[in-house]
Write a protein that binds this ligand. Structure first.
Ligand code: CMC
Length: 430
């Protein structure tokens, strides 16, 4: 793969040659792995703005062109023709399944949905108002206590079972967290239902009466999960890889990813968008909030706007905006004040020089919350929904990382700016 070299001139005037590596598509990378050993310097890139941390076959993004592909398939094609379980197979295994492979995979996921009964006891320890992301992370972390002795990361079968458990059990854990919040009994999974139908059943059914699955809601969730399924080396996925690179139990690595996702700059933005729209209230206040977002002395940002990689448009946001229209229509919502407000806010921001110059566009989180809200999912569960979709991406990346013989423990370096060596002074002399 190694191509031309990249040449740098050191401060001393000598020429340094760095190998350049070329992927299937996308920019070349300069391989600096031996830079410190050979030249005694580190590179400096806070936030990894220009740094590739690994080689990966899973997902490709072209931020300038608004392209997102899973294993080479454009997300638009998958959103139009596939479903979340098939996309999960694709991400985990690398190719689309035959019908026999898909049937077997789906059956496996359906049969892993139950939790060890003891795991439900964890929920009794949480306060009734605990945030469901905190519970999700804690209970997924606890899976490492249940499955530690039977998890040998060097065994490909164990790696498969891990991925199946993550995909199958996260909805059960998520629904249990929600039920705790609203004081209702936990609802057991039903393996006769498909992935999203079962999730809706566990979220909204009660033992006292039959629950009818809303097919519009199940289809909408399935599409949202496809769009959230993977996004290459984003903050939570990199966290999973980093935690996993030490050889840590993979369930703990996923718990670390869930924690990273929760932040408002990442998956927590969908919850923050809805709170922001409610705070803005009506279109007469848009200018005030757009001005606040532009004011550098004000910490307020337009939530759901901007992206580290997409600098033209986020293809997921385009699909979700269209879907918003359809879902609200199919649910026969005539009065859609939040959606109307969001669309108006988008229009105002897209015409504003500040947002144009900085290439700030609506991202995946801008419209997703409006759909979740229309489906009756509470705001505190929005990021949990993101986590359910992304769980298969995390599992795929952990599997790829652990199977890669070139994987090393992730261990960045730093530019030290603290005091130089000084001598310890006894307390009475300070
Ligand atoms: N509102 C106002 N200004 C913004 C915004 C925003 N939403 N996003 C970026 N900027 C400005 C920022 O102040 C900076 O200005 P300057 O160059 O004058 O310092 C410039 O745009 C570049 O921003 P950055 O923070 O350096 O860019 P980044 O790549 O480090 O951050 C981001 C990307 C997504 C964290 C950021 O755009 C943001 O905080 N957006 C709001 C939160 C959000 O919607 N997050 C969801 C991201 S998509 C889903 C996911 O990844 O989970």
């Amino acid at each position: 793969m190694s191509q031309d070299a990249f040449r740098l001139i050191s401060p001393g005037g000598s020429e340094i040659e760095l190998p350049v590596r070329t992927g299937t598509i996308g920019p070349d990378v300069i391989d600096i792995a031996k830079l410190y050993k050979e030249q005694g310097v580190f590179t400096y890139d806070p936030g990894f703005v220009s740094t590739g941390s690994c080689e990966s076959d899973i997902t490709y993004i072209d931020g300038e062109e608004g392209v997102l592909m899973y294993r080479g398939y454009p997300v638009e094609q998958l959103a139009a023709n596939s479903n979340f379980i098939e996309v999960s197979y694709l991400l985990l295994r690398g190719d689309l399944p035959t019908s026999t492979e898909l049937e077997k995979f789906e059956r496996t996921i359906r049969r892993h949905t139950m939790l060890n009964e003891g795991m439900l006891n964890f929920f009794k320890g949480f306060r009734y108002d605990a945030h469901p992301m905190a519970m999700l992370s804690a209970v997924v972390g606890s899976m490492s206590a249940y499955y530690h002795s039977e998890m040998d990361a060097s065994n490909p079968d164990h790696r498969d079972i891990f991925a199946h458990r993550i995909l199958a059990k996260l909805p059960t854990i998520a629904a249990a967290a929600y039920k705790l919040n609203i004081g209702q009994p936990f609802i057991y999974p039903r393996n006769d239902l498909n992935y999203c139908e079962n999730l809706l059943h566990m979220l909204f059914a009660v033992p006292a009466e039959p629950y009818e699955i809303d097919e519009v809601a199940a289809e909408a969730l399935d599409l949202l999960f496809i769009l959230h399924a993977d996004h290459e080396q984003n903050c939570s996925t990199s966290t999973v890889r980093m935690a996993g690179s030490s050889g840590a139990n993979p369930y703990s690595a996923i718990a670390a990813g869930i924690s990273a996702l929760w932040g408002p700059a990442h998956g927590g933005a969908n919850e923050a968008v809805l709170k922001m729209l409610e705070q803005i209230g009506d279109t007469s206040q848009i200018k005030k909030y757009v001005d606040k977002a532009k004011d550098k002395s004000d910490p307020f940002r337009l939530m759901g706007f901007g992206h580290r990689v997409y600098k033209n448009f986020d293809p997921r946001a385009t699909i979700i905006r269209d879907m918003c229209h359809k879902v609200l229509q199919r649910l026969d919502r005539k009065d859609t004040p939040l959606f109307d407000l969001a669309q108006e806010l988008e229009q105002v921001a897209l015409k504003d020089d500040y947002f144009v110059e900085k290439n700030l566009y609506p991202n995946v989180d801008f419209y997703s919350g409006i759909i979740y809200k229309a489906l009756g999912i509470p705001t505190s569960m929005f990021t949990v929904m993101f986590a359910l979709g992304r769980s298969v991406g995390w599992a795929s990346h952990w599997r790829e990382m652990i199977a890669d013989p070139t994987t090393k423990i992730a261990r960045p370096r730093q530019l030290y700016t603290g005091p130089a060596q000084r001598d310890y002074a006894p307390i009475e002399k300070r």
